[in-house]
Ligand binder design. Sequence first.
Ligand code: ZN
Length: 58
Amino acid sequence: MDKIKCKKCQKEFYYDLQGTVYPGGKFDEDIECPYCGEINETVMTSQFVIIKKIDNDL
Ligand SMILES: [Zn+2]
């Protein structure tokens, strides 16, 4: 799991890739900020992108 900071709203969130890796089945998956919806990165993968907020309010 990787932590990135949104280039637009500057909030941090986690993303992870899950699922089967297989050749020839790659699609663009957007890594979208869960707070403001900004697309921070696009990865070519056959996996699913999981986005998790970092909840600092607990
Ligand atoms: Zn954002």
